[in-house]
Ligand binder design. Sequence first.
Ligand SMILES: C[S@@+](CC[C@H](N)C(=O)[O-])C[C@H]1O[C@@H](n2cnc3c(N)ncnc32)[C@H](O)[C@@H]1O
Length: 372
Amino acid sequence: MARFMTSLIQHLLPQSALTGDRLFHLAHWPGSREGAVKGGLGSRMKGGAGSESDEGGGRFQRARQLDESYHRSVLLEEVTHCLEPRPGKLFLDGTLGGGGHSEQLLKAGAKVIGLDQDPAALSFARARLSQYEENFGAIQGNFRDFGDILATIGIKGLDGMLFDLGVSGTQFEDGERGFSFSKEGPLDMRMNPAGDLTAEMLVNECEAEELARIFYQYGEERASRRIARAIVEARDKDPITTTVQLAELVARVLPKKGKIHPATRVFQALRIAVNDELRSLEAVLSEVPRWLRPGGRLVVISFHSLEDRIVKTFMKRTSSAIVDRPEWPEPRPNPDYAFKLVLQKGLAPSPEEVASNPRARSARLRVVERVS
Ligand SMILES: C[S@@+](CC[C@H](N)C(=O)[O-])C[C@H]1O[C@@H](n2cnc3c(N)ncnc32)[C@H](O)[C@@H]1O
């Protein structure tokens, strides 16, 4: 693994530096915290995971706390159980984040390629997983491009794939990233900070109709038109540039009912649009069958109904050998047949997990296994 990743880096770095598409490997990452990605957690957090200050008796416990402060991995045991990691297996973690799920796979002796579009996540996961360097490679990229990335590094098949969708705790909590309506910050919302589109651009430049479509389709917001009109009126006076400005504007249109902040769905919708999340998910799923070896499993954790619907529909469509339609004289073999369902239904986290990590409450895990 280390050898092919090294040759990959050597081949691609000069070109990728031009395109801004960077590839990372542990062996090539600067050792010091000063050398880590600018703005990455390793450089922002005192005594970040793997830092020189991690010495003495409490070292491992402190490292664990720091790891969890980046992101509490959701459904950790369930994911590990479903993927059945062991030496000789190769996994793709398409949403590396803080590396919590990858760590479990590496601990069991498997090899892991981790992808994330956020260089700060790669920086953190790299430090956290540095002891597994021989078995682990971390690459910056959108998971929708994983096929090209794997082909470039000479990989032909995988024993399992994981997609733990959405943003990490750190991305969400960092006001500067603009994901949270309760943290003052710029209306950014890009997971990849080099992406072309920001939430501020959408909010200030889209026609009212387009904004309403985004809020309705990606946020299932019933007051989408009203909110879009209020945004257009407000921005005619002054551009809307911060999270709190937008959250307050939405709250004026939709007074708060119950526990959920009225801007929740608008923020979800903008984030999905900025990162093209649903199309990336559809694109990645369609590539999975050709990469998973027989017996290999696809595990997806989704966090809202729009994502889960896409995953569920895909898994259903590809897991029946025979399909039937009313207009056909008889059932036919399914050309998309590729999987068997490992879990008949989506699995939710236990009440204990939700109590200790409320962010897990909307998670749904779905698993299929490649048939030969
Ligand atoms: C929920 S976190 C993953 C947490 C991780 N499983 C852990 O245990 O720490 C999701 C991560 O996926 C990344 N991500 C989301 N969509 C992506 C995409 N289309 N391509 C690459 N990375 C993506 C985000 O930047 C974020 O770091």
